[in-house]
Design a binder for this molecule. Structure first.
Ligand SMILES: Cc1ncc(C[n+]2csc(CCOP(=O)(O)OP(=O)(O)O)c2C)c(N)n1
Ligand code: SF4
Length: 287
């Protein structure tokens, strides 16, 4: 088998992201993670949200699906039901995943499907030119909050933890080697893996720059932190200010929603024959 490289996942289309956008680092890290795990362009599925992040579909050589804004998780869960052996990754934005798709996020975490969701967390709705997103911090000035955001922000890691996610981690778009490792760990995890990636939007956020993050970020190491306690993970998730932790906050082995679905005990549903004779029978169940 030919060795997979990150470059092997290029489609040849050039990204239209603003030069310097954090989405570049996330894209390259995801390619690297797929290559590292031996998941070739024909071996998995990426479901994209709508936003600057979702434009990645055009330059990522991997089966992909772009649906409605906020609905990437239901699509991904449907794909997983159809073929529970398929690696499925969701590429979403903080608006897509926690605003329009917030309800789906909570309920996916609760069910623990074997999916990885990568949140491009840039505190803004980038594609629609920079309105405050659900993760915008109090005081953050954007087009929609010219006097500074007044609402409490959603903390994606804390929300994932209290909703039942079994892998919860934070990465940084400006640290590709570290992000590639985290993505590989998230995709390898059997269960609902949430990776929140701090992603500078260089056009609409002049506060949370690469430099701003680099002055504050620190890495959780195996020596300093064990990601086995949900309450301790919650404490880490709430740490935001002069020090912001990166790494795996929580990991737990637990039955997935596919494990608990009796219809999925054998071959993937997509590989089972559906004879025309059964169609009426099937339809009649729903009429
Ligand atoms: C149901 C619906 N509401 C609103 C929109 C308009 N819209 C398109 S992209 C977007 C914001 C995306 O922001 P985010 O998910 O944070 O992604 P980013 O662009 O920052 O990567 C919005 C509101 C839409 N396409 N569909
Ligand atoms: S608007 Fe922001 S998030 Fe969108 S491509 Fe430009 S820098 Fe990236």
């Amino acid at each position: 088998m030919a060795t997979l490289t990150a470059e092997g996942y290029n489609t040849g289309f050039l990204p239209t992201w603003c030069p310097g956008c954090g989405d570049f680092g996330i894209w390259k890290s995801l390619q690297g993670a797929f290559a590292k795990l031996g998941i070739g362009p024909d071996d998995g599925l990426v479901v994209y949200g709508i936003g600057c992040h979702g434009n990645m579909y055009d330059w990522m050589k991997m089966y992909g699906f772009v649906g409605l804004h906020g609905r990437a998780l239901p699509v991904a869960q449907g794909a997983k039901l159809a073929n529970h052996t398929l690696p499925v990754v969701v590429v979403s934005g903080d608006g897509d995943c926690l605003g329009e798709g917030g309800n789906h996020f909570i309920h996916a975490a609760k069910r623990n499907p074997d999916l990885t969701v990568i949140i491009h967390d840039n505190e803004v709705y980038g594609l629609t030119t920079g309105q405050a997103s659900p993760t915008a911090k109090i005081g953050f000035k954007t087009k929609s909050t010219p006097e500074g955001a007044t609402d409490e922000p959603i903390n994606p890691l804390a929300l994932a933890l209290v909703s039942g996610a079994t892998f919860v981690a934070r990465g940084f778009a400006g640290d590709m080697p570290g992000l590639t490792e985290l993505m590989a760990a998230a995709i390898s995890h059997k269960g609902f893996a949430v990776l929140d990636v701090l992603q500078p939007c260089v056009t609409f956020d002049k506060v949370h720059t690469y430099q701003w993050y680099r002055q504050r970020l620190y890495k959780l190491t195996q020596e300093s932190y064990q990601p086995t306690d949900r309450l301790k993970a919650l404490e880490k998730a709430m740490e935001w200010g002069d020090k912001i932790p990166l790494g795996i906050l929580y990991k737990e082995d637990k039955l997935t929603s596919e494990d608990r679905e009796p219809a999925l005990t054998s071959a993937p549903l997509s590989s089972l024959p559906l004879e025309p004779a059964h169609w009426d029978e099937l339809l009649n169940e729903f009429i």
